[in-house]
Unconditional design. Sequence first.
Length: 480
Amino acid sequence: MSKIRTRFAPSPTGYMHIGNLRTALYAYLIAKKDDGDFILRIEDTDQGRLVQGAVDIIYNTLKQCGLNHDEGPDNGGNYGPYVQSERMRSGIYHEYAHKLVEMGKAHYCFCKEEDIEKQRNEQGDSFYFVDPCKLLSKEEIQKKLDAGEPYVIRLNVEPEGTTSFTDEVYGTITVENKTLDEMVLLKSDGFPTYNFANVIDDHLMDITDVVRGNEYLSSTPKYNLIYEAFGWDIPRYIHCPPVMKDEHQKLSKRNGDASFQDLLAKGYLPEAILNYIALLGWAPSEDREIYSLSELAQAFDVKRIGTTGAIFDIDKLTWMNGVYIRNMEKDKYYDLVKPYIQETLGTGFNSELIADAIHDRINTLSEIKDMITFFEKADEYDDDVFFNKKAKTDPEVAKTILPIVKECLESLDNWNNQNIFEILSNKAKELGYKNITMMYPMQVALSGRSVAPGGATAIAEILGKKETLDRIDQALNKLS
């Protein structure tokens, strides 16, 4: 068996869409499961759609996700160049397209756009272009070529019979040849079409497994006609179902759906995003959802890719992201959240204590700012916030409790979370209160919130003794 070689072949036309990233991930996993090679190839033959900086987005995304390619434009390899516009300069696409013409598998088409449009208008919804140029004699063709008439090269498709191929996800697929259009291989500007360059490059780069979206299922029989015409081995096909926004719409940047870069900006971690999108269309054999990239490579099996579209659930991703944050090593977690804390509060607070307080509550990094702004200044609040059924508190109870809390804290010299908690819980026990009855009014006084990270005593430690007592005084003044 030859070495597995897969490729990710994006067009540099903008942001990294979630579906594109999943294609890259699956191609990577298939290669790495069997110690194969994962190749990056930039497909930039559609010059009109190129976006400045898009290639850097591709590089950065793969790097952030740990999808390190073995060969590519930036790190080379034995099958370069790895950018199609650079490959085109060698004339390979021109050479192979004209070879197909010589073999009778393709033909020159001199039709103008208005000729094609006329047929389209005549045929309506069942449009199938019948190329009159196929009837030209060799002499007529040569005369047009000598005159410099612009042309494209089209694939020849015989309308009789059927064409079949096997896909690892969708099984054996058979189509009637009369439904296959004679696609353009070489455009009038000399550039190959995406479909043609794709086949030529996959063959010349020894790609063994082709991973792509199921929208290419209908084109695959035409690709195979090219492989068969040259007598080349046909790669193994893995066509993936789409990533869906809902039951009826595909996920699309045009519809305002999040790209990978958008998700990063919203505070999601690359490893969580990657883990989540692996499960969009693929079901592991064991009952688990959290996987590292290396674990995914071992567990991945193309036979467990589904055939129906998977709906992108932002709530599920948010949950998974929270799991990743909570499972982080302590130092890595501190390094991750510290910039967010200091951007919100400056350097006047103990960032590690705040990080500890919010650790079990955050699911995305973008939540941090709103979660901690009260440290700088307590939120504005109404007395009604002191109502808490579980704590059995209301504004009148708070008027009783807060002076007791203040008295306890004034006497405390060694100011830390544990000591604050002990002195208040001992006082609660002495007075016959539950701990929450003491702590909840204190939390409201310090934060202005009914729910706050860390709870009353952790907040007090972070604020310091003076600020804590000042805020309790402000709460009592407000209540009176």
